[in-house]
Design a protein around this ligand. Structure first.
Ligand code: ADP
Ligand code: ADP
Length: 228
C-alpha cells in the first residue's frame, strides 16, 4: 500500500479579489514504497500540493487517490514532517510522539510500545523523557520523523525537513532518512530546495515551475544512496 495518484489537479487562490492558479494540470503517480522528491523555485506550489495530499484543503479540482480511494480530510494514514519540528514544548519526546496515536484506537500498552519502537527507529533511544528544548536541531527533527511515522502511515510527506539544519547534521540525517525509509518501506514524498539532496535520497525527482504551478519534468535516479 501507499500508491498515490494525482490526476489533473488544479488549485486556485484568491488574493485581493483576483484568482490565480497555484497549481495547474498536476499529474503524478507514486508507487508503493517509492521515494520521490519535488524541487522547484519558491512559490511554484510545492507546499500547496503537500497540503492537498495531506487533506488540509479540499478546495481544488481533479482527483487525489491514495490506494484508489479519494482522500477526504486529514487522516492517520498520512504523516508529515515540517522544516521546524513543531514538537509541543510542554510534552516530552515520548509524549509528543504518543499524541499522534491519541485517536488510533490502540490500547495504552500497544501505544506505549509503538512509541518506544519509533523513538528507537530514529535513533533517539534514551531520550524518551527529554523535552524538545533539550534536543539539538537534528534530534528534534528525528523526533518529528518518529511522530510522523508512529501511526504507520501509507505516506510520509516531508516539507523541507532538513532545511534548517547545519550542513553536517543535514548529511547525517539524509543517511538516516534512507535507513528509516528502507526499514519502514513507506512511500515518501520530499519537498526540498536542495537538488543534491533530492538526487541522493529519491528514486525520482519531480521538477515544478511557477505561473502557473505545474510539473515540468521528472527525472529517474538510479544511484546507490551511499557516499562511500
Ligand atoms: P512553494 O511551496 O513552492 O514555495 P506555495 O505552495 O507555498 O509554493 O505557494 C504557491 C503560490 O501560492 C505562491 O504564489 C504563494 O504566494 C501562493 N499561496 C500559498 N498559500 C496561499 C494562501 N493561503 N492564500 C493565497 N495565496 C497563497
Ligand atoms: P544530530 O546529528 O542528530 O543533530 P548532534 O550532532 O546534535 O545530533 O548530537 C550528536 C550526539 O550528541 C547525539 O546523538 C547525542 O548522543 C548527543 N547529544 C546531543 N544533544 C544532547 C543533549 N541535549 N543531551 C544529551 N546528549 C546529547
Amino acid at each position: 500500500v501507499g500508491t498515490l495518484d494525482i490526476r489533473d489537479v488544479a488549485k486556485q487562490y484568491e488574493v485581493n479579489g483576483r484568482r490565480f492558479d497555484a497549481l495547474s494540470h498536476v499529474n503524478l503517480h507514486v508507487k508503493p514504497g517509492e521515494f520521490i522528491s519535488i524541487v522547484g523555485p519558491s512559490g511554484c506550489g510545492k507546499s500547496t500540493l503537500l497540503r492537498l495530499i495531506l487533506g488540509l484543503d479540499r478546495d481544488y479540482s481533479g482527483d487525489i487517490l491514495l490506494d484508489g480511494e479519494r482522500i477526504a480530510g486529514t487522516s492517520l494514514d498520512r504523516g508529515i514532517v515540517f522544516q521546524d519540528h513543531r514538537l509541543l514544548p510542554w510534552l516530552t519526546l515520548e509524549g509528543n510522539v504518543a499524541l499522534a496515536l491519541e485517536n488510533s484506537g490502540l490500547s495504552r500498552e500497544a501505544r506505549r510500545e509503538t512509541v518506544r519502537d519509533h523513538i528507537r527507529l530514529v535513533g533517539l533511544h534514551g531520550f524518551e523523557k527529554v523535552y524538545p528544548h533539550q534536543l539539538s536541531g537534528g534530534m528534534a527533527q528525528r523526533g518529528a520523523i518518529a511522530r510522523g511515522l508512529v501511526t504507520r502511515p501509507r505516506l510520509l510527506l516531508l516539507d523541507e525537513p532538513l532545511g534548517a539544519l547545519d550542513a553536517l547534521t543535514r548529511i547525517r540525517l539524509q543517511e538516516e532518512l534512507v535507513r528509516i525509509w528502507r526499514a519502514e518501506g513507506v512511500t515518501m514524498i520530499l519537498v526540498t530546495h536542495d537538488v543534491d539532496e533530492a538526487i541522493f535520497l529519491s528514486d525520482r525527482v519531480v521538477v515544478m515551475n511557477s505561473d502557473p504551478g505545474r510539473i515540468v519534468d521528472e527525472i529517474a535516479v538510479d544511484l546507490p544512496r551511499t557516499r562511500d
